[in-house]
Ligand binder design. Structure first.
Ligand SMILES: Cc1ncc(COP(=O)(O)O)c(C=O)c1O
Length: 446
């Protein structure tokens, strides 16, 4: 299997030329991906059915995943640092996950009744997450947030929801400026992430109409930017004081310990949404929280709130999810994995410091962000402060350079550490980053 290396990069180019050169090599090495992209353009807008997987000029088409490796249709092999945007915690062929899916498959796929997996899976989540007294399942993180918000609105009788700039909670919950055109039409109150005074002032002003405050304890889509513990603690206190439901969107961050990032931070929200790796790589998500809020869904109650969804208890995802949590992602494994991610982040930041270039790795545990930018990054506003064209070019160059060295990650620099990644994979990744920092030093410093 060929790696993605091809051609020789010239070290003394300007930024635009360097990107053009890297892009030309990317295109030349992927004739099959290009042909598939052109074919797909005929039936899908932009040849794409999931915006985040598109990057210009056309994305690499993946043919196979094995362990922590991806293969593309053009014969390249990559170390998979994307980890399916955190849904791929277990890698592509974990024997426990495959066994659970195969066993479940033997007994039928869509059963139309309660199955033997949902109760144990719900019980396991309630045991693990401090905020979960009761939980329900659905298919995606978007849905989980939709149900969590709706549950809070029904419970409080209030309409509005506070969210944060640059936050992302699913396909109809984008809070990056300019990306909100198809958002669900809730009365949103948009607050400044990690700005305690600004947020509390808004919260006080809107307290009477707010059903919920919805926040990612680390903003993944915004570039792996952590909420500061004091900021979250202030939100917790203000929500309690005003009877507003605090919802942690832990769709991404729930892998940071058995009890998610909330357990690590020691801050317990009223509700939590989960997703991504929850179904072992198949689609499954959950929302839950305080018994009083969730009891609205109890169908035995007069006037119960309905919670529908054909695939809410889909058998294969539940079987895979339960086996994954109980046999693989144990509390000890998740704690060790978190520390591994922290060490990787520290080593990347150390490389940047040694090279003396404005480059940094943000995030927490096993979800990280690479940024061709120095200085504190406390919110998407700090990222947006850089010239957007220059930032886009540098991130594109980083992406091409890492792909060429056989490391697959998101163009925006987002990466996750999956369980099957080896120590050699890490060393090779660090070497590739260091090579980028050396070769592109003059462009980073420009
Ligand atoms: C924090 C967060 N919430 C919600 C979602 C939406 O999840 P899904 O793509 O399963 O709808 C995502 C997806 O990336 C996410 O990162």
């Amino acid at each position: 299997m060929a790696t993605a290396r091809a051609g020789v990069r010239r070290a003394n180019l300007g930024l635009e030329e360097a990107v053009a050169e890297a892009e030309a090599r990317y295109v030349a090495a992927r004739p099959k991906s290009r042909a598939i992209f052109e074919q797909n353009l005929r039936a899908m807008p932009g040849g794409n059915t999931r915006t985040v997987l598109f990057f210009s000029p056309f994305p690499t088409v993946i043919s196979e995943g094995r362990g922590a490796r991806l293969l593309d249709v053009d014969g390249h092999e990559y170390v998979d640092w994307l980890g399916e945007y955190s849904a791929g915690l277990y890698g592509h062929s974990h024997p426990v996950i495959l066994r659970a899916i195969r066993e479940a498959l033997e007994h039928g796929i869509a059963l139309g009744g309660p199955n033997r997996f949902e109760g144990p899976l719900a019980a396991e989540l309630c045991r693990r997450f401090p905020s979960l007294e009761l939980v329900r399942f659905c298919n995606s993180g978007t849905e989980a947030n939709l149900f969590a918000i709706s549950a809070a609105r029904a419970f409080t009788g209030r309409p509005a929801v506070m969210v944060f700039d640059y936050g992302y909670h699913g396909g109809v919950f984008y809070f990056t400026p300019g990306q909100d055109r198809i958002n669900a039409p809730f009365p949103w109150v948009l607050a400044p992430f990690n700005d305690t005074a600004g947020t509390l002032a808004l919260l006080e002003a809107h307290a009477g109409e707010l059903a919920a405050v919805l926040i990612e304890p680390m903003q993944g889509g915004a570039g792996a930017i952590c909420a500061e513990p004091a900021f979250l603690a202030a939100l917790r206190e203000a929500c309690t004081r005003h009877g507003v439901c605090l919802i942690f969107d832990e769709v991404m961050t729930s892998r940071m310990s058995a009890g998610g990032l909330q357990a690590r931070l020691g801050i317990t929200p009223d509700m939590t949404s989960l997703g991504k790796y929850l179904g072992g790589g198949l689609s499954l998500a959950a929302f839950g929280g305080k018994a009083a809020i969730m009891a609205q869904f109890d169908p035995r109650r007069p006037g119960a709130v309905p919670h529908a969804g054909t695939f809410n208890n889909n058998v294969l995802a539940m079987a895979a999810g339960l086996a994954g949590l109980t046999e693989v992602a144990t509390p000890e494994v998740l704690d060790a994995h978190f520390e591994r991610g922290e060490r990787l982040k520290a080593r990347i930041n150390d490389l940047a410091a040694r090279r003396g270039v404005p480059f940094q790795c943000t995030g927490t545990g096993t979800i990280l962000g690479l940024h061709c930018q120095g200085g504190p990054l406390r919110s998407g506003r700090d990222l947006a402060a850089q010239d957007p064209a220059r930032r886009e070019r540098l991130q594109r160059l980083l992406h091409y350079d890492l792909l060429e060295r056989g490391h697959y990650l998101a163009r925006r620099g987002y990466l996750t550490v999956s369980l099957p990644l080896s120590a050699e994979d890490e060393e090779s990744f660090l070497a590739a980053i260091d090579e980028f920092l050396a070769l592109r030093r003059h462009l980073l410093l420009d």
